[in-house]
Design a protein around this ligand. Structure first.
Ligand code: GLY
Length: 330
C-alpha cells in the first residue's frame, strides 16, 4: 500500500509505503542512523551501508551533543546535497537523525523507517525534528518532511510492552482528534489498520498546516501536561504514556468530566496508565509549563477535548490556567 501526502510548501511531499516484512524494505542509504536495539534484532535483514551510526533509543539521544556527533560523522562520510540519509528507529532517534539530515548542507534527502508504534502513527509524519535543551522537550528543531516513510508492522512483534503502550496512547490521542474508529482497530489489535487510519488523520491536518500556525496545534492534545510530566520525571515516563495522562487533565480543564472518565476507561482497556504519579506536583508543572511552545504573551493555548473528533483550541490566561490546574491537583 502507498499513500502520498503533499504539504503547502512548494515541492514538498511525503510518500508512505507499507511493507509486510523487514526484508521488503527497499532503501539505498548513503548514511544510516540506526537504533542500536533495531540493529541487534534486525541488522541482518536491513539494507546497511558503509556509514551506519548507531544510537540508543530514548530521550538521552535527543541532545545537541548527539546532533553534533551526527554532523561530524556526515562530514567524515562526505555527504553531498544529493546524498540520501535513512533513519530507522523510534521517535527519539528519528527526531535527532532527521534534524541532522535537515540541516546538513541545508537539507539532504531523508527517508524514515519508524520502528515503534508511536513513531509509525505520529512522529514520522509531518516533518517535525527536534532535540531537547537543558531537560526541556523539543526546544530546538526544524520542520523538514521526509521524502519517504516506510512502515513495516513486523517491527511491532519485538516491541517491549511499555513501548507498545506509548504508541497505543498516541494512537488513542489521534482517535480523539479525528477518527473514533481507530479505537476499534486498537481494541482488536489490528495495528496495520490503526496505523493507516492515524496517518490519514495526521496527514490531513499537516497537509493543511505544516508549520503549526493553526489546525496542527490540535495534534498537541495532551502534550502541554505530557511534556511537563516527561521533564519532571527525568524522562522515566515515556512520551505516549505522559500524553495519555495529559488528555484527561485537558478534558477536566474544559469541564468535560464524563469524557475524561470515558478516555481513562478506554486507556485502561488498552493497558495504558493514566494516573499521574504523585511526584508530579503542581509547582513542578507550573515551572515547566513556561517552556511549552503554545505559550504566548497573553497566556497559553490549550487543546481541550469536547468529545470524539471534537477538540478546541482555548487560550487561557495564567490566572485562569492556574485556578483550573489547582482544582485538578487538590
Ligand atoms: N506530534 C505532533 C505533531 O507532529 O504535530
Amino acid at each position: 500500500m502507498s499513500i502520498e501526502f503533499s504539504f503547502p510548501r512548494s515541492d514538498v511531499s511525503t510518500a508512505v509505503h507499507v511493507v509486510d516484512r523487514v526484508t521488503d524494505i527497499d532503501v539505498s542509504p548513503d548514511f544510516l542512523v540506526l537504533d542500536s536495539e533495531v540493529k541487534n534484532i534486525y541488522g541482518d535483514r536491513l539494507p546497511l551501508c558503509d556509514y551506519v551510526i548507531e544510537l540508543p533509543g530514548g530521550e538521552t539521544s535527543k541532545t545537541p551533543d548527539i546532533l553534533e556527533k551526527l554532523w561530524l560523522e556526515m562530514n567524515q562520510a562526505k555527504l553531498r546535497r544529493d546524498s540520501s540519509v535513512v533513519v530507522a528507529g523510534g521517535g527519539t532517534v528519528c527526531d535527532v537523525g532527521a534534524f541532522a539530515a535537515s540541516t546538513w548542507k541545508r537539507g539532504v534527502n531523508l527517508v524514515l523507517v519508524p520502528t515503534t508504534l508511536l513513531c509509525m502513527v505520529d512522529a514520522s509524519l509531518g516533518g517535525k525534528t527536534a532535540v531537547n535543551i537543558a531537560g526541556e522537550k523539543n526546544q530546538a528543531g526544524t520542520v523538514y518532511p521526509a521524502s519517504e516513510i516506510i512502515i513495516c508492522p513486523e517491527f511491532l512483534e519485538t516491541l517491549p510492552p511499555e513501548e507498545m503502550a506509548n504508541g497505543l496512547a498516541e494512537a488513542l490521542k489521534t482517535a480523539v482528534i479525528g477518527d473514533r474508529q481507530i479505537v476499534e482497530y486498537l481494541l482488536r489489535k489490528d495495528y496495520s489498520r490503526a496505523v493507516a487510519a492515524c496517518l490519514a488523520v495526521k496527514g490531513r491536518i499537516v497537509a493543511a498546516d505544516l508549520e503549526e500556525n493553526s489546525e496542527r496545534r490540535l495534534l498537541n492534545l495532551g502534550h502541554t501536561v505530557g511534556h511537563c510530566i516527561e521533564a519532571i520525571s527525568g524522562f522515566t515516563v515515556g512520551h505516549g504514556a505522559a500524553v495519555a495522562m495529559g488528555i484527561p487533565v485537558a478534558a477536566e480543564m474544559g469541564g468535560n468530566h464524563d469524557f475524561a472518565l470515558e478516555f481513562k476507561e478506554l486507556a485502561c482497556k488498552l493497558g495504558i496508565e493514566t494516573a499521574i504519579p504523585s511526584s508530579i506536583t503542581l509547582s513542578g508543572m507550573l515551572k515547566h509549563l513556561e517552556s511549552d511552545k503554545k505559550t504566548t504573551g497573553n497566556g497559553r493555548i490549550w487543546i481541550i477535548p469536547r468529545g470524539w473528533e471534537d477538540c478546541e483550541q482555548v487560550l487561557l490566561d495564567r490566572t485562569t490556567e492556574r485556578e483550573l490546574l489547582e482544582k485538578i491537583w487538590q
